[in-house]
Design a protein around this ligand. Sequence first.
Ligand code: SF4
Ligand code: MSK
Length: 640
Amino acid sequence: MDQARNGHDSRSIDPAAKEMLRIADREGYATIWERYEQQQPQCSYGQLGTCCRICSMGPCRIDPFGDGPTRGVCGATADTMVARNLARMAAVGSSSHSDHGRKVALLLKAVANGSNTDYHIADPDKLTAVAERLGIPTAGRSTAEIAGDVAAVAIDCFGNQGEEPIVFMEKYMPKKRFQRLRELEETLYRTTGAKTGLLPRAIDREAVDILHRTHFGCDHDPLSLVAQSVRCSLSDGWGGSLIATELQDILLGSPIIRPVKANLGVLEAESVNVVVHGHEPILSAKVVEMAQSPECRAAAEAVGAKRVNVVGLCCTGNEVLLRQGVGMAGNESHSELAIMTGAVDAMVVDVQCIYPALADLASCFHTKFVTTSEQAKIPGALHIQFEEHEADAIATRIIKTAIDAFPNRNKARVYIPQHTSTAIVGFTVEEILKALGGTPQPLIDLIVTGTIKGVAGIVGCNNVKVQQDFFHRTLTEELIKRDILVIGTGCWAIAAAKSGLMDLPARELAGPGLQAVCGQLGIPPVLHMGSCVDCSRMLNLAGALADHLQVDISDLPLVGSAPEWTTEKAVAIGTYFVGSGIPVHLWPLPPILGGPQVTKILTSDAKDVLGGWFFVEEDPKATADRMEQIIMERRAALGI
Ligand code: SF4
Ligand code: MSK
């Protein structure tokens, strides 16, 4: 495969990735890009969403261009198939985030009742703020009592069997949005005579509801299936993800604005390198902490290493980057490339976004590939089971595994591309408000005067179908040039960090208004808000603006994008943005285009009903044009 010519590589725009891909080509290491080529041509029924294998009379497929049957064996239409497939994606994505949130809630309960002593309440102020928001009394009560009550409310959001909306959503969602969804439910009942819920009743219940209604012979109505996808996704954004973010801040500390380094150059030739990869910082934060212990430092020195250097990948990397200032090795498509440096002594993974191919690749090196979760076992990996109540001991054992591997490193094979960028990170809602003097009013004033036209939230992954980071970077540059402040999370945030867009000099790339604001506040034009679950921070920022102005989120000049999306979690995020009233751009194409009715609901009807909708566009500049146009239309509607 010759994808690299004259410095151009159709696989990635990242300079470190390009160097590593030259090594991969030379040495014959398999990568996602090579396996993608081997998968061609990919199934067009799958791409359009019109295949169904829900029952054993299938699999059935419908050619949307009219060749062949127009219904599955049971009579299901293309729209039913597309809507059911989409609903299942939303359920899986929501469940992944929410199950992560559940574990944090259970840990908070264990810390509160004293059964876990490896963790503690790291941010009592945040605990008080969350408790007050939930209506939990705080005056004269101990931290443990308050934490116990917060944990109980969070845990109840997962399994409550009542019909009322989940408490976290009720207390956090801006009032006008909550009212709109409630009125919409009532209108749909009145006009159709059928119940169509939008406000989630319990986090687990909405995902189970989708598994039930997409069982053979249940819900075949595309609108009903899309509505439940929205409800389930809202239970993620305003439920599971929100709980994960808020409770992690309480247990692990709230992020502060700080500089970090990003890209493969954070690996150190003379140190034991441990890469943490996945999503749940309950483990990775401990690995970072225990790497500094006298025991681990002495063990590293004993094998001739300078120190234990823990660096991050993907979202668990984002979590430790924000809270502990840990260097960021890269985003999703960097995971194989990191191992190929030959300098990674252990890659420690928890859950989500971990290629199974990493186990094979690690076996070509001295690298220990360590799985830790009962939910993410990978053949060929070394499994060290993580238990929260023995976190210190297990994290130490993991680090010692890396230290033991260090002497086996073949120095002749080590190549660390010397690329890093500085990124100023940690822009939580609290930190943004602090920078603004404690209220959203200065940001609102800047938007009203047009100094900043609006805010774009960008999220999501790398996708082998898009040149790595190209869409992320080009779209972000285009938006800031137009005086649109860009905020975001996940692998997009890592792409922006690697490309220098989160460093102060990047303000030179911004339009005059945004440039002046960045100069005044001493911030970059592109703000890192965290990991995938921290998309809830973006919802909270939108909610703070909406409540301050007493409007709905859908009235604000806000727009979203997932320009290199890959996972089912991205489907859930995009859908809860839409359900919260924010228009969302997607690329690559979502697997819905084979269902004309579903496509119309999501790209057109949703606009009037929810105030948020999806649109697809493959060109970054055209995407920025459309996002700017939406922002300008919303400004005009507000009379600004
Ligand atoms: Fe075919 Fe219907 Fe079974 Fe799907 S549920 S596989 S469309 S028969
Ligand atoms: S890690 S969901 S590839 S952003 Fe959150 Fe990156 Fe997408 Fe996973």
